[in-house]
Design a protein around this ligand. Sequence first.
Ligand SMILES: [Zn+2]
Length: 99
Amino acid sequence: MGSTAIIITAVIIAALVVPLIFVLARNSAGILQLSHLKCMECGTEFDYAWIPLVSFTSLRFGPWRFFRCPVCRRFSVFNIWDTRVDPETHHCPVKIGPS
Ligand SMILES: [Zn+2]
């Protein structure tokens, strides 16, 4: 098996795994996490849905993420790890993500 075959195999695996992450994320019982956050600028409390290791619109620093508040649109750093809540039972009127 040459290197071309290895690359093709890797592409096929990636093509199968990436959609699977999104399918799992749609089920709240899957890998989707929910954090209850409070904006330090305007004080608004909101829920932030996120997928571990995946981020499209925010910067990640370990348990911290840097992104815009959905209400005042100002950037803040949020600890999304220590603020995790149960997506099945916790509901906030303001919710963003997965992002
Ligand atoms: Zn805010």
